[in-house]
Design a protein around this ligand. Sequence first.
Ligand code: CA
Length: 555
Amino acid sequence: MSKRALGDKMIALNRPLRGAAAAVTVTPNRHGLCKPGHTPAKAAALLLMVALSLAGCGGGSSAPPTVAQSPEDACVQLQGKTFEGAVITKAQFFPTAGAVRENCLVRGEMPQDLAFEVRMPTVWNHRTVFMGGGGFDGIITASPQSPGLAEQGYATIATNHGHTAVPPFGDGSFALNAEMLNDYAYSAVPRVLTPAKAIMKAHLGSAEVASAKMVYEGCSGGGRQGLIQAQRYPNAFDGVIARAPANAYTPQFLYYQKVMKQLAKPGSSLTKGKVQTIANAVMSQCDGLDGLKDNVIGRPDLCTVNLSALKCTGAESDSCLTDSQLESAKTMYEPTSVAAGRYTWPGFPFGGESADPAHLQGWGGSGQTQLGGDFMKYFVAQSTTVDPLQVEPEQYISRLDYLVGLIDAVNPDLSQFRARGGKLLLWHGLTDWLITPHNTTDYYNKVVASAGGQATADQFVEYYQAPGVDHCSNAFAGVRIGVGQGADSVDLVGPMFDWIEKGVKPSSKKIVATDSLAAPGFKTMQRPLCKYPQYAKYNGSGDVNVESSFTCTEP
Ligand SMILES: [Ca+2]
């Protein structure tokens, strides 16, 4: 067991029981008897016993001693039970596997097709994370954005958001069903939360669960869901971590359609070689602006590239662009305005250009075409047969306005969330070509303004940019998907809980990100993650793969 895991275990063991009249710490043992202090050897049965034995311990109650169940028995007996309208269709016990703690995984199902899972470690660290999904959802994720939750004893909750689909992006046809669309847009998380908490109370202990903090963390569509919670359900979570949020949902998809339309024009598509030509020009002109040539553009805000210099002067080749191809590049970078400015989408910064059609993100990649196509087809036109490129937004203004109100999460007024002590962390990769980091920067600036200024905002919101990081991560299912060569893996859950439990701001401590999947020829790197608008500046000496060689610096 690692030192950290051991520490968490001891914290769990030493935590006073929070039951009625529990004035002194008492710990039930395997036989249901009570005594001061704790017995580490009894850890496996301890937390389960808490729920069963509170009435009989410390309060002078005459309730009889309770016979202990094994953690496995306590888990599987949940099968078939109903909690707050959710039926338990699976209750499976997992023994310790490597560093992953012994846990109980429960699946709950509700109408129409809303399903969720709650994973409860036997030795719980008294912290719960609701893990967000992404794309069109439809699957229950088992992958946290912050690494190591199962190893550290976090309880986790996740949902399919009201329908079943195939990864990675799902299928947008569920949007033809109004109830499923509502679940996806905003209601799945609060609907799931009630039975999930009831299950946790039954298994982990009512008082323990009631006193524990809960955080939502998600990326992309999950980042949007996180912001929905902070904006519309301010009491649902103590903290929200929104990574690369798809919160300006409707304009984002209108941008995708605009790109698809541009690339479909005769002579306007961009070969992989041409995009690589653009990428090479950007990297050669902008990499060093952050003080270190390392294939990571740390200061895209300083990066300006004259794309017209790439115009073909002789025969067309992959090393130059025609006028119509330059127009395609401009469409990618520049802000989008649809329906005379009714829907706007900020452009993309330089860096992260990628054109492999197999990529999930990138210029005209499958992420944009599938998500954008299904949005225009099923969400906007509500048709199974229409060609997405033929759906003219101007003809669907009322429907688009409805979708903005239903799905988008752009309200910067977080005063209720702030008033109840809620904290928000925003994070975005700077080579993300599915959702522009400018969108998150814009939202952050609006939240700061709405809060009345930086000093007030600093009390409850922090924003982090991750240079050289693609959409949510540089890897998907263990495979490198984009061009990012930055440090894409970082634990934000730990810093968030320290904030909401102890009042320690994330920015007051060093947060270190690492490269989850080093590219061939590149060493695994560490970089400090810096609170916006700071950036990680190379100190001028030292190993460039070690975080101590960099200092968070004001631009
Ligand atoms: Ca650099």
